[in-house]
Design a protein around this ligand. Sequence first.
Ligand SMILES: Nc1nc2c(c(=O)[nH]1)N[C@H]1C(S)=C(S)[C@@H](COP(=O)(O)O)O[C@H]1N2
Ligand SMILES: [Mo]
Length: 318
Amino acid sequence: MKFNSDEKEFSVTSENLFWKRREFIRSLVGGAASFGLGYAFYAGADSKNNLQGKALQDQLSSEYVITHHNNFYEFSTSKQKPAEMAKDFKPGDDWKIEIGGEVENGGSYSLGDIKSWVNQEERIYRLRCVEAWSMVVPWYGFQLSQLIERVKPTAKAKFVEFKTLHDSKVFPGQKRGTFGMHTLPWPYSEGITMAEAMNPLAFIATGVYGKNLPGQNGAPVRLVLPWKYGFKSIKSIVSIRFTTRQPESTWNKRAPNEYGFYANVNPKVDHPRWSQATERRISDESFFGVKKIPTKMFNGYGDYVSELYKGIDLTRYF
Ligand SMILES: Nc1nc2c(c(=O)[nH]1)N[C@H]1C(S)=C(S)[C@@H](COP(=O)(O)O)O[C@H]1N2
Ligand SMILES: [Mo]
């Protein structure tokens, strides 16, 4: 199901209304059953209190936990603080994104321009953080390939690099010394291969739970790569570049032995400091990270992405 960018309809959808919107189910990529999340939708909608087994695994996380348990180091290394700190960060369609590198139609575009090129839709994806917690998130936005096709990368483009806004007036966490040892090299940057970027699962989110993306979730526009660890899903994007060489990735640069460039969810490759075999599923406030479930290869999206990694040793290229 395609939505146009009718912001009015879009912004009035509360969590309760959201559950009632049965047409939502049709917006799932490839139909409700293909991600195993159709069940999630019904389990969540019809038996919210029956959180056993599979129902728990795929139940949509509540709007509250999605917007109050965040990783956004530009604000804070705390999971709770970004929600409060981001309350005045409400960028709109005039947000600028620089598109450059190996591309025919490069330039500075507003988010409004970009929205006019694409069809927006809602998609439910699991989000698996490298820290071994996870959620199920109803995003709103568009398939990354739509944007890429429009700007026409050249044949030389092999990778896509993304950067977050670098402005310590907006993001106090970018001030020098704020975190001492814990600070990251700013701006936060990420990269993926062209083939990964063109995969139909690769998504650009502009909203969550039927509302514009809140600041703490990466307003006004962020990447969502559900088969990869959450740190690849870079927030508040201001730059997209098509490159010939593998771009730097912030966490990979910070600790290459702990965070690989690919960062595909893989229960068999442990983080040097913890196991990746299971995850704490955060569903709502009463289940804040209590329930442990097994982690799936490619976060359960192998049918869609495993061919991207054929012949690649995923223990070496983690
Ligand atoms: N710019 C930027 N993007 C970021 C991060 C960050 O600190 N800065 N954190 C990443 C991590 S580790 C995760 S798990 C997800 C969390 O997204 P959420 O807060 O919307 O759940 O955002 C990712 N994108
Ligand atoms: Mo993460």
